[in-house]
Every structure is written in C-alpha cells, then in structure tokens.
Write a protein that binds this ligand. Structure first.
Ligand code: SF4
Length: 193
C-alpha cells in the first residue's frame, strides 16, 4: 500500500465531507453534527458525555461545551439513570433528529455511492472497516462497533438477544447500535461498521 497516497486520499475525503457539512442549511458546527450523529447511533451503555468525548476524540471539556450548546438549542435531552443517579444518559429530541436529517454530508455520500456498483460498495465498506480497526488498534482506542458483531452478543432464538457482558436482554433494534464495550470476536479481524 502506498501510505502517502492513502493518507492524501483519506484527508481529501474528510475535507470534502466537512466542506459539505459546513455548506448544509443547518448552523451546526462539525463537532456538534458529529455528536448528534453519534448519539443517534449509540446504545444505552454508550450515551454518556464522557463516552461522546471518547468517540469524537476530543477533550471532556470540548465535549461538555458541545453538548451544552446542543442541549440549550433543544437538540438533545439529558436523563438521569434510574438505578444510578450519578449517571446521565443523552438522547436526541425530535428537533435533534430533524436537524440531523437535513444537515451533514450524507446526501453527497449517498449520491457518490449510487455511482458505484453494489460489489464495489461492499468491497469499499469492508476495506474502510478494516482500515479503521487497524488504526484503532494502532492507536489503542475502542472499536465502538455494532452490537451484533461483538464477541459478547448472544442470539437466543425467537427474536431474543442478550449482552453476554452485562447479561441484560437487548431489543432487536439495539443490536444494530454502536457500543463502547464492543469487542471483536476472538481471532477475527474487525470488519464491522
Ligand atoms: S453484546 Fe457487546 S456490543 Fe452489544 S451491548 Fe454487549 S458489550 Fe455492547
């Protein structure tokens, strides 16, 4: 692999997507948009302010400031954990979901993906996931993978699922969310989204 060329292409891709985010009709800053996107995709073990900071790769202070702005604008809401009042869970409000839907670079990405064959799209998704996991391993950061690809995920039949780490049941829709505690299956190189 030509590392210089790959680096150049990745940074160019990132700049293109960020330029699209800035030109979208919303007034959201990229970090605010990324926080909203993450909170729309994460599970109940991963929706705390410190985890948002970890996922975004920013300081807790930056995350705290970002989340405060989003809360004041009515995009997110806080809820205290009923079993541990020290824990705060964050979620998007209906207003936040609407803002996220009309902002960002997804439509540009969708249009670009439409110009590729299904085979090329699948191959790209696999390669991007492998590169991301390799970078995360090199950086010793968490994978934040999709629940159903985790080594602790258990399908119990009849549409029932369980987290083997917490031993708590998982709703079907939770199996597609991102998790801070996600771990790759033993002996498998990460290929999840
Ligand atoms: S199975 Fe893994 S990814 Fe899913 S909730 Fe449990 S620890 Fe998280």
């Amino acid at each position: 692999m030509d590392d210089d060329l790959t680096y150049e292409r990745l940074t160019r891709l990132a700049r293109l997507l960020q330029a699209e985010e800035r030109s979208s009709s919303s007034n959201l800053q990229p970090v605010q948009l990324h926080a909203l996107h993450y909170l729309s995709r994460c599970n109940r073990y991963s929706d705390r302010p410190a985890t948002v900071a970890e996922y975004l790769g920013v300081t807790k202070g930056t995350a705290s400031q970002t989340l405060r702005v989003l809360e004041q604008a009515g995009f997110i809401a806080k809820k205290t954990d009923p079993e541990d009042r020290r824990v705060v869970h964050l979620s998007l409000t209906a207003h936040g979901h609407r803002a996220l839907a009309k902002a960002g670079a997804r439509s540009l990405l969708d249009r670009a993906a439409d110009s590729m064959s299904a085979h090329d799209q699948a191959q790209l998704a696999r390669s991007m996931a492998q590169l991301l996991r390799a970078l995360q391993r090199a950086n010793q950061s968490r994978s934040f993978g999709v629940c159903q690809t985790c080594r602790h995920f258990k399908a119990e039949g009849d549409g029932k699922f369980r987290c083997g780490l917490t031993q708590e049941p998982l709703a079907p829709q939770e199996t597609e969310l991102l998790c801070r505690e996600h771990e790759e299956p033993l002996g498998v190189v990460g290929v999840d989204g």
